[in-house]
Design a binder for this molecule. Structure first.
Ligand code: HEM
Length: 307
């Protein structure tokens, strides 16, 4: 299998910078050269600041792929699955390129992000930059630990990476979905702790999962812990991080998968709910403001962009 970008399966970091760009017209040849050099740049700074656990990911937008890489497309690559039900909405927004820079030092992320922006120059327009951080012991700003049930160890690779047998030309790559959620923390803080816990299906302080029979059908973990018809777990690898300032707070949600399907199935279960109308009640307190689908190709594929 081709080598994957190390940031996809890496363990959580203390700081993250998420950059989204649109490509300018007639700059694809330049951008291909630039993207092919970014993994080496990540490696250089990872060596220089070895204690910072730096890693990154480069990804290409689903709607940009055919124009940018006309020689072939990952088999399952599809536009972001925009959906809506009542006032619950998952919008699709624009984004040709995605760069994720994560490390344990905000200054190192700043240095590396600046170098990425410098390298891409005026071939792109920066349309979104989100600086994210680890909050307390890995909690979302709602106060609940996020990432507990993420796949662990080698299983992360199985969940996140395209296998040779799936799609030989794109093995080692990963289907990526991002959504920037904005929380209504004022409304959230008006809920009693037990009501908040019922919304996640876990206890707040101790992060203990509710017994299955105690989980409301509207709990976030009930809506996202899903099985297929054969009883196999439907899984994604989440690399989300909280972001915010004194005006706006939320979660920069990041999902990697061997296929885009698990993410889409989960999002549908959250927004549209089950046949009895049980949707994810977390969505009463947070709203997705962006949604973009990308493919994060293997290191081998990125290197080949220079040819
Ligand atoms: C679980 C927060 C959006 C998929 C969790 C947990 C928290 C959480 C606190 C419980 C601990 C854990 O296992 O990580 C959030 C917040 C979100 C968000 C604050 C947005 C504002 C999403 C979305 C998806 C998703 C959009 C997928 C489409 C999952 C999955 C689990 C989970 C698969 C594990 C369920 C289990 O096996 O128990 N999330 N989440 N989450 N979330 Fe989310």
């Amino acid at each position: 299998m081709a080598r994957e970008q190390f940031g996809i399966c890496a363990e959580p970091n203390l700081h993250g910078t998420y950059l989204i760009f649109n490509a300018m017209d007639d700059k694809n040849a330049f951008i291909r050269q630039a993207l092919s050099r970014i993994p080496t740049m990540f490696e250089h700074y990872a060596d220089q600041f070895s204690e910072a656990n730096l890693n990154g990911v480069v990804a290409i937008g689903a709607n940009f792929w055919d124009e940018f890489c006309p020689d072939g497309r990952p088999k399952l690559l599809a536009p972001f699955p925009m959906m809506q039900s009542d006032d619950r909405i998952a919008p699709a927004t624009s984004g040709d390129l995605y760069i994720e820079v994560r490390s344990d030092r905000a200054d190192v992320n700043h240095i590396v992000s600046s170098k990425v922006v410098e390298l891409l120059g005026d071939s792109v327009e920066l349309i979104e930059q989100t600086r994210a951080f680890r909050y307390l012991d890995g909690r979302d700003l709602t106060g609940f630990v996020d990432g507990t049930e993420n796949p662990q160890g080698r299983h992360r690779r199985e969940v996140a990476l395209v296998k040779e047998a799936d799609d030989a030309d794109f093995s080692g790559g990963s289907y990526l979905h991002i959504q920037r959620y904005r929380h209504n923390l004022k409304l959230w803080s008006m809920l009693k702790e037990k009501a908040q816990e019922d919304i996640f299906g876990r206890t707040k302080l101790e992060n203990v999962e509710y017994a299955s029979q105690d989980k409301p059908l509207t709990a976030h973990t009930k809506r996202t812990a899903l099985k297929d018809d054969d009883g196999n777990s439907i899984e994604i690898l989440r690399q989300s991080m909280p972001y915010g300032d004194m005006k706006m707070q939320g979660l920069f949600f990041v999902s990697y998968g061997r296929s885009p399907e698990p993410f889409t199935i989960m999002l549908k279960s959250m927004i549209q709910g089950d046949s009895e109308g049980h949707f994810d009640h977390m969505l009463k307190y947070t709203e997705a403001q962006t949604g973009v689908a990308f493919f994060a190709p293997s290191l081998n594929f990125l290197a080949s962009l220079a040819d």
